[in-house]
Write a protein that binds this ligand. Structure first.
Ligand code: AMP
Length: 142
């Protein structure tokens, strides 16, 4: 497996060098909206620690990321009026990973509505801003 690259796009977002539509942040985790969502409210949950994927992350960091993903899933059920949640996580190119900083996809789902293909349509900034606001508010009230 390749080494962690500190210049990957998510590392730059964590360092504040690139913008994001933030949903949640604590000392060890950052969560923000996917700019090419597979469904409205599609959120990425990342450890701040330098981890390429599931194969090299520290177990305690993984446990915290999973706990935050659960909180976001619960908040998204309310904030996005979801009927269910799809959780995805990819490892290495063979596993479908494109950005090499570990992240979980939390994808709110509606009954009978298929997900868009991965990275197919860039969502409007104003739409993302409003979804991030709603999700952050639901999390704050949770
Ligand atoms: P994967 O590594 O296969 O889990 O895919 C990376 C995901 O990151 C895709 O769903 C992209 O739409 C998403 N993505 C890529 N660049 C950005 C960005 N700057 N901000 C938010 N999401 C991004």
């Amino acid at each position: 497996m390749a080494n962690y690259d500190p210049n990957n796009i998510f590392a730059k977002i964590i360092r504040g060098e690139l913008p994001c539509h933030k949903v949640y942040e604590d000392a060890r985790v950052l969560a923000f909206l996917d700019i090419m969502p597979r469904a409205p409210g599609h959120t990425l949950v990342l450890p701040k620690a330098a981890a390429r994927n599931l194969l090299d992350i520290d177990a305690a960091d993984l446990a915290h990321v999973a706990a935050v993903a659960q909180k976001i899933a619960r908040a998204a059920m309310q904030a996005c009026g979801a009927d269910g949640i799809t959780l995805q996580q990819f490892n290495e190119p063979a596993g479908g990973q494109v950005v090499f900083h570990l992240h979980f996809h939390v994808i709110p789902r509606q009954n009978g509505v298929a997900m868009k293909p991965p990275a197919s349509v860039k969502e409007d900034d104003g739409v993302l801003r409003e979804q991030a606001r709603k999700l952050a508010a639901a999390l704050a009230g949770a």
